[in-house]
Each structure stands twice: as structure tokens, then as C-alpha cells.
Design a protein around this ligand. Structure first.
Ligand code: CAO
Length: 428
């Protein structure tokens, strides 16, 4: 008679209500002792919870995003007697494999500069078998386990497999396909090592978790995307007067309209007119999205994050203003959920409240374009007879040249500037 055993969250120290970030098993999967079942992530660490017995998964009771504490039921296992497996351990004997913050490359990141499309998230079903210590080892080296050929029993990845994979990469010199595809290697010199303290007093400050994750994404996007930035000026004199008037009408404490909300609405209209800018490259296929989920860069004390206004085409400007305000507040308080940062089809990065005259925003892959906005300024504009003082908003559109050429990008910019100059056009 097979016995069913409940596997629960073991003692995880002071943590409670910890999110489940990965589930590695499905009903019907065979596991042996130490196979990772789920990964939990607290503010400070991630923890793999391993199988404590060998058997077949009968039921999985959690999914990514669920919150658990010590004793929460994770999976139910039908025990099998597997001669090959290690000695059975009781739950209390099992210390979760805790690792430093920072996530492995094999997992989609829910954060910043890059919002992950649901399609890009690996399913737990196709993650390879490896023990928690091997997963930790691979994470330390930044190795994607799915790229490794396993040589262990039942297709398990061994420590030697990870080492061999890394050696392979390190010794593959003379590769001329630099940057030509996801597997291409850049034949770069090692990063300069400098003992800064030799030159004066220093202070070492570790990067925040958000900075580490967004840094990796930004570096990949900068290297992989042949991006060009196109600049345009929009005359927002009338729009700003309209916005100020509406805010006055709302009165103190009333709903507040921001320029960002108008920008998002105008971008949606321009994307409808130029759908290629609302797309993603999937190999040699262009995926044109019929939805308009607009990400916006938000500056927080811990780094840059990109919350997403979903279905911005169906929302009014008051609604968008309220939503961006709320999302920006949650971003600053570190309360955004992964889902709040996923699914963007285009991004706006506004530095307008701070200043600047132009910049080159980095595309939020797998999107193909991003609009940067700086501070508007009163400028003299020649009307054919005299100079008129006009409020000019600088726009900087960075576009992926594999998909959007200069003519298309500039047409988009010109159209967007027309919409902002005369916002009635948005309704046409
Ligand atoms: N030109 C002139 N003034 C502008 C402006 C612009 N383009 N955009 C906003 N402002 C003004 C607003 O009118 C407001 O002034 P008042 O308080 O006098 O009304 C002030 O700047 C603040 O604006 P806001 O509260 O409406 O905020 P916002 O819409 O500018 O920005 C958000 C919201 C979330 C985008 C912003 O807080 C933020 O995080 N910006 C930084 C984004 C970023 O870091 N991008 C770079 C990414 S690459 O590193």
C-alpha cells in the first residue's frame, strides 16, 4: 500500500509569508531525495526546498506567487522504495538551501528595465534535474542549467557537467560571431581590476537587488540590440495650458492629470498608427501585438523599475494618471508584484520632472522601441513672421534597427509630436 507523505516548508528562520518563485515539479513526476521541489524568496535570500523522500508527486499545492511560511503544505508525494536514492531524512533535518540574493540566469526576471513577457518565462516542466547544491553552484557561476548536457543517472546534471560547460565557454576563443545571436560571444578584454584605495579614500557600497537584476538586463539589451535614438521636439504649449486648466478645475485634492498620462495616451494612438513599434522579434518572426500595455520607468530609492499600465487604449487620461501615480507609489515602497511589471508592449521613460534636454533610453527587450522624455522648456519658435514663445518638449525615441528603420522611427516621432501639439487629434 503506497504511503502519501506531505512535504511542508521546513524551518526557514525568521521568515514568514515568503513568496514561492518557482515550482519544479508536476503531478506524476518522479523525485528522489534532495530534488528541488520549490524555490522561495524572501527579501534577503532565496531558498530551495528539496524532496525529503523519494517517490512520485501526487499533488502540488502551491504555485509561483503564493506566499508560504514554516509548515505550509507544498507537495504530496506517493512514496516509492528507490534503492538508488539516499537515505530518507525527516523534514526537521532538512535545512533549506539558502543562497545569497540575486537570481539565476535560468529564471525570468520580474523586474526593471526589462519586463518579462509571459512567453519568455520557462515552465517548471522543462527545467532540468539537478540537486539544490548543483543549482546553487550553477547560479553562483551564472550558468543556465538548460544549456547543459547531463551525464548523471536519470538525466541529472552533475557538478562536473557544470564545470565542463563553463570550461567550454572559457576556452572557446577566436569565435568571430561576436554578438551575432544569443549564443554569440564578445571577445572582450577582462574588466580592468584597479585597487582604488591606492589613489585615495573610498567607500564600497554593494548594488541593490534591483540594480543587480536591471543591470544584467540593461547590459544584454545594450549589447544585443542595434539601437538608434531619434530626437524630435513637440510643441506642448496648448496641451500644458489644457492640463493646468483641468487640474485647476479639479481643485485642491481633486484628481490630478500628469503629463505622463497624456504621453501614454498619445503613444497608444501613435502605436495604433505605426503597429510595428508595438511588436517583438521572435527569431525571424515579428510578433505584432494588438494590445497596448505601456510600461513607464519609475525611479525608486533602490533603483529603476518599470510598472506597466495594462490596456492603456481602453483607459481615459484621468484613469491612466491615477494608475501611474499608484504604481509609482508602490514602486517607491517596493510593493510592486511581478505581474505589475510584465507584459509591456512599449515603454515611456520620462525624466521630465527632473530635467535634461535629450537622452538615449535603452530598449526594454523584447520590446522594439522606447520613448524618452525630458523637461519641456519655453523656446522661441519662428512662425513665419516673428518668434513666438512656445513650450517645447524634447522626445527621444530609441528603436531596434532590425525592425524599425530611421524613416519609420522619424514618422512615428513626427506623428507623436503632432498629437501632443494638438491633442484633439488623438480622438481621430
Ligand atoms: N517637462 C517639464 N516638467 C515636467 C515634465 C516635463 N516633461 N514632466 C513632469 N514635469 C513636472 C510636473 O509638471 C510636476 O511639476 P509640478 O509638481 O510643479 O506639477 C513635476 O515635474 C513632477 O511630475 P509628476 O509628479 O507628474 O511626475 P512625472 O509624471 O514627471 O513622473 C515618474 C512620474 C514615475 C515617471 C517619475 O516619478 C520618475 O520616476 N521619473 C524617472 C524615470 C526615470 O528614471 N527614467 C530614466 C530611466 S533610464 O535610467
Amino acid at each position: 500500500m503506497p504511503t502519501l507523505t506531505d512535504i511542508k516548508v521546513p524551518d526557514i528562520g525568521d521568515f514568514s509569508d515568503v513568496p514561492v518563485i518557482d515550482v519544479f515539479v508536476r503531478p506524476g513526476d518522479t523525485v528522489i531525495v534532495d530534488d528541488t521541489l520549490v524555490t522561495l524568496e524572501s527579501d534577503k535570500a532565496t531558498m530551495d526546498v528539496p524532496a525529503t523522500i523519494a517517490g512520485v508527486i501526487e499533488e502540488v499545492l502551491v504555485k509561483p506567487g503564493d506566499k508560504v511560511s514554516e509548515g505550509s503544505l507544498l507537495v504530496r508525494v506517493r512514496e516509492t522504495k528507490d534503492e538508488g536514492c539516499r537515505e530518507q531524512q525527516s523534514i526537521s533535518d532538512v535545512a533549506p538551501a539558502v543562497r545569497e540574493i540575486g537570481r539565476e540566469a535560468e529564471r525570468a526576471t520580474p523586474l526593471p528595465a526589462v519586463t518579462t513577457s509571459p512567453a519568455a518565462e520557462p515552465s517548471s516542466a522543462n527545467l532540468p534535474h539537478a540537486s539544490p547544491s548543483i543549482r546553487a553552484y550553477a547560479r553562483e557561476l551564472g550558468v543556465d542549467l538548460r544549456q547543459i548536457a547531463p551525464t548523471g543517472p536519470k538525466g541529472r546534471i552533475l557538478r562536473e557537467d557544470v564545470t565542463a560547460h563553463v570550461k567550454d565557454i572559457m576556452t572557446s576563443k577566436g569565435d568571430t560571431s561576436a554578438g551575432s545571436g544569443p549564443e554569440g560571444h564578445l571577445d572582450l578584454l577582462p574588466w580592468p581590476k584597479v585597487d582604488f584605495a591606492r589613489f585615495g579614500a573610498i567607500d564600497a557600497r554593494p548594488l541593490s537587488r534591483i540594480q543587480k537584476i536591471s543591470g544584467q538586463n540593461l547590459a544584454r539589451n545594450w549589447v544585443m540590440i542595434p539601437a538608434v535614438t531619434y530626437h524630435e521636439d513637440a510643441d506642448i504649449t496648448d496641451l500644458e495650458a489644457f492640463r493646468v486648466r483641468l487640474n485647476k478645475e479639479s481643485g485642491e485634492g481633486g484628481a490630478r492629470l500628469t503629463l505622463l498620462a497624456f504621453l501614454i495616451k498619445a503613444c497608444v494612438r501613435a502605436l495604433q498608427e505605426f503597429p510595428v513599434l508595438n511588436s517583438s522579434l521572435d527569431g525571424d518572426t515579428l510578433i505584432l501585438k494588438k494590445y497596448f500595455h505601456i510600461g513607464f520607468a519609475a525611479d525608486t530609492p533602490n533603483g529603476l523599475v518599470v510598472p506597466v499600465v495594462k490596456e492603456a487604449d481602453r483607459k481615459g487620461i484621468f484613469e491612466i494618471a491615477a494608475e501611474t501615480g499608484e504604481l509609482a507609489r508602490q514602486a517607491r515602497e517596493g510593493k510592486l508584484k511581478p505581474v505589475d511589471m510584465q507584459g509591456a508592449s512599449f515603454t515611456v521613460s520620462s525624466l521630465g520632472g527632473i530635467g535634461g534636454t535629450s537622452f538615449s533610453p535603452i530598449i526594454n527587450a523584447p520590446e522594439v522601441a522606447i520613448l524618452g522624455v525630458n523637461k519641456s522648456a519655453m523656446k522661441p519658435v519662428w512662425d513665419g513672421q516673428s518668434f513666438q514663445p512656445r513650450l517645447i518638449l524634447p522626445l527621444s525615441l530609441t528603436a531596434d534597427h532590425r525592425v524599425i528603420d530611421g524613416a519609420l522611427a522619424t514618422r512615428f516621432n513626427v506623428y507623436l509630436a503632432q498629437l501632443l501639439s494638438d491633442f484633439r487629434r488623438v480622438t481621430l
